[in-house]
Design a protein. Structure first.
Length: 256
């Protein structure tokens, strides 16, 4: 990170904390609140035209659009303000691209097949095999917004989430006095908890599916660490996992 520093009077450690701190706060802010600023106008426009039930159905079905807008803006801002970070990561990626691709493919397959294990485990326990988050995505993939949802699931969300969780959140935690293993666990569980949240955020039922998201997040964070904080490695694993899930979904249900 030393070469990113313009002010030579500021120590590299402090400057790294500033970079990751801004990225951490901004990224989580966009992740948690970004889409709200686009959903509110949608509700205002539709509120006088449809009843309450139709309004909620419309918001759920078309919420993918504000989510995409917020995430694209987040990625754009990250690239704009921290472009040297991503350029250096890309240079490192080009040097070891073949090693990264081999490991990425192997880990993506492991994550994919672990999904069958968790599905079997939940069914044995008498639970639904899919979380509310997955059910919502599948519902949209069956609806009018399926094309934009495919784009979000396959590319936009993996890129945005890896930048927020791995590059900035994990990076910020490691720049504090928190030990690396604790930082690893924190970012893993934050990712999992956010993906388990549903319309009823306080519902315990939503967090029954925490384990498969923890496993996914742990693999993604491990990939990031394994390749010396190279964000492109974890992005590729995340993209491949989501693409495999999409292919399985459409192969089974023949929606398209």
């Amino acid at each position: 990170m030393n070469n990113y520093r313009k002010d030579k009077t500021v120590s590299p450690y402090i400057y790294d904390k500033i970079i990751y701190g801004f990225g951490f706060i901004g990224g989580l802010g966009i992740l948690l609140l970004g889409s709200v600023f686009f959903i509110i106008p949608m509700i205002v426009m539709l509120s006088g035209k449809v009843n309450a039930d139709e309004l909620m159905d419309a918001v759920n079905m078309y919420s993918v659009y504000p989510a995409c807008i917020a995430e694209v803006i987040g990625v754009g801002l990250a690239i704009c303000f921290f472009k040297k970070v991503f350029i250096e990561d890309f240079k490192k990626f080009l040097k070891d691209w073949y090693k990264i691709l081999i490991v990425v493919l192997a880990l993506a397959v492991i994550i994919y097949y672990s999904g069958f294990f968790f599905e079997w485990l939940y069914e044995v326990c008498g639970l639904e095999s899919e979380s509310i988050n997955q059910e919502t995505i599948y519902a949209i993939l069956n609806g009018k917004s399926k094309l934009i949802m495919i784009l979000q699931v396959a590319i936009i969300a993996p890129v945005f989430e890896e930048i927020v969780f791995r590059k900035f959140t994990f990076g910020f935690l490691r720049q504090t006095n928190i030990k690396s293993i604790i930082s690893f666990c924190i970012v893993t569980f934050i990712f999992a908890i956010i993906h388990c949240s549903s319309e009823d955020f306080m519902s315990i039922d939503a967090y029954v599916y925490l384990f498969n998201y923890v496993f996914l997040s742990a693999i993604l964070t491990l990939t990031y660490v394994l390749f010396k904080d190279n964000i492109y490695a974890s992005i590729l694993v995340h993209i491949l996992n989501n693409v495999l899930s999409l292919l399985m979904f459409y192969g089974v249900f023949n929606v398209i």
